[in-house]
Design a protein around this ligand. Structure first.
Ligand SMILES: Nc1ncnc2c1ncn2[C@@H]1O[C@H](COP(=O)(O)OP(=O)(O)O)[C@@H](O)[C@H]1O
Ligand SMILES: [Mg+2]
Length: 466
């Protein structure tokens, strides 16, 4: 022995060495079996028993061939070849075996086989399969949610009506320019955004609509750009993907962009300039390729003048500007819209709208625009018992505007008439925007009163109706 090597105090006899070797083999996590050059089993470990159910006392000191029919390890003794990945099945246990000869002084003195159970692998494979199925399902749902639902074919508009702005939108599909759509609420801005995405080369990627007023401004940044795990208390494990990232290669539609808070305006501008986003709490920036369509019922130009909207952002958003006129300025579209919205399609086929109704529609000023028309028709269809729609089936506001009440016809004082009229207008306006907080805010804005006043007047009306 080399004079520089330490001798062991414990390993003094060859029996000690065998014990020691058995311990080592016992500590290995794969099943191990060793035969000598006669093919007699000399060693197995516990894991081997676990995998094959063969106990030590039934195999040690016996010819492997006698105990394990079809064992290939004796072949290794003969040909000295290594074998690996041989598949075996024992009852319900599946495993793979690697085999190798043991050489001493150039001569084969035995062979060893190493068995790895496949139970774990099977378990992981099953988990992987389940996870893949889950991902496929989510991708499916995701694809479904973030798809443009409307095309240009869904947009009604004739030559004297909406055709001109729609033509601009059609041209814009061919470019990658940002688009700003301006128009009153209910004029079809969102519909147009869907159609533009649908008609563009981005159609197979997501269309992600975001209503800037529907998300509290404190959450808007993390919704838009996402956050890293642990960037604030209550942040989700694994962080959050922002809507810009979701929209990668597709289109993001920022509705009511005029309501975007100033600090987010600055952040949005940076994203548009750099084509990169940075999640909250992240030091890394990541590239996103997103086409932006914005919509507003505000006059952004005026807001810029009042320094309530950043001028530089305004010019960025304004690659193509599309103005959708209110319905009262394009009443020539009314007939086609009515035909589209009545259940079953065409008026001539299913519905009979009498002259008075059409007259009321064309005299009405449609503060809620196409959305209000849709709701009004829905209302009328529900009010009538058959297929004819008459004046008294229409919502109060529309009827009233076509038949201004005469004080002499009524028992009421002027003050009372004004009060009821005011309440009716408020109720109808709320109806046209939807009876949600968001709808009420829009209704208040439209009527030029505060939200508090609107609530007050609504309360008065419920009290006086009792
Ligand atoms: N020109 C149009 N043709 C057909 N449907 C329209 C048209 N304009 C608006 N609509 C319908 O009216 C409703 C309101 O439109 P929306 O796009 O949400 O308006 P906005 O975003 O301007 O408030 C939707 O149901 C939409 O499909
Ligand atoms: Mg809208």
């Amino acid at each position: 022995m080399d004079a520089n090597q330490y001798t062991s105090e414990y390993l003094t006899s060859s029996a000690d060495y065998v014990d020691w070797l058995e311990e080592i083999i016992g500590s290995i996590n794969d099943g191990i079996l060793v035969i000598d050059k006669q093919g007699v089993v000399r060693l197995i470990n516990d894991e081997y028993t676990k995998i094959t159910s063969v106990r030590k006392k039934d195999i040690i000191g016996r010819y492997l061939r006698d105990v394990r029919k079809g064992a290939m390890l004796t072949e290794t003794l003969k040909d000295g070849k290594r074998r690996s990945g041989i598949y075996r099945k024992e009852g319900t246990t599946e495993y793979v075996v690697d085999m190798a000869p043991v050489y001493r002084q150039g001569e084969i003195v035995g062979a060893v086989s190493v068995c790895k159970s496949l139970t774990e692998v099977h378990y992981l494979t099953k988990e992987l399969k389940q996870s893949r199925e889950m991902i496929a399902k989510l991708e499916n749902t995701f694809g479904h949610i973030y798809q443009a639902r409307y095309t240009f074919d869904d947009i009604i508009g004739n030559e004297a009506g909406l055709r001109a702005p729609v033509n601009i939108a059609r041209k814009a599909t061919q470019s990658n320019l940002n688009i700003l759509i301006q128009g009153e609420s209910g004029t079809g801005k969102e519909l147009l955004a869907h159609a533009i995405h649908h008609g563009s080369s981005r159609v197979n990627f997501p269309f992600v609509p975001v209503n800037c007023t529907a998300i509290p401004s404190s959450l808007l940044e993390s919704e838009l750009f996402g956050y890293e795990e642990g960037s604030f208390t209550n942040s989700k494990k694994g962080g959050k993907i922002g809507l810009f990232e979701l929209a990668h290669n597709g289109t993001i539609f920022l509705d009511e962009i005029g309501e975007l808070p100033m600090d987010l305006q600055a952040k949005l501008l940076r994203v548009l300039q750099d084509g990169r986003i940075r999640k909250i709490g992240s030091i890394r920036e990541q590239e996103v390729d997103v086409r932006l369509i914005c919509a507003t019922n505000k006059n952004l130009g005026t807001m810029v003048g009042k320094q309530r909207f950043r001028e530089d952002l305004y010019y960025r958003l304004n690659g193509v500007q599309i103005l959708i006129p209110p319905l009262r300025e394009r009443k020539s579209d009314l007939t086609d819209l009515i035909n589209k919205f009545l259940p079953g399609g065409s008026t001539s086929q299913h519905w009979n709208l009498n002259e008075e109704v059409l007259d009321a529609f064309s005299r009405y000023n449609w503060p809620g625009n196409v959305r209000e028309l849709y709701n009004a028709l829905n209302y009328a269809v529900n009010m009538t018992d058959n297929d004819s729609i008459e004046l008294h089936h229409l919502p109060e506001t529309i009827r009233r505007q076509s038949t201004v009440p005469k004080a002499s016809d009524s028992e009421k004082t002027l003050k009372e008439i004004l009060q009821t009229t005011e309440q009716e207008i408020i109720i109808e306006t709320v109806k046209s925007f939807g009876n949600t907080l968001h709808g009420k805010k829009q209704a208040a804005k439209k009527l030029g009163i505060s939200l508090a006043t609107l609530y007050n007047k609504l309360n008065q009306s419920t009290v006086s109706n009792k």
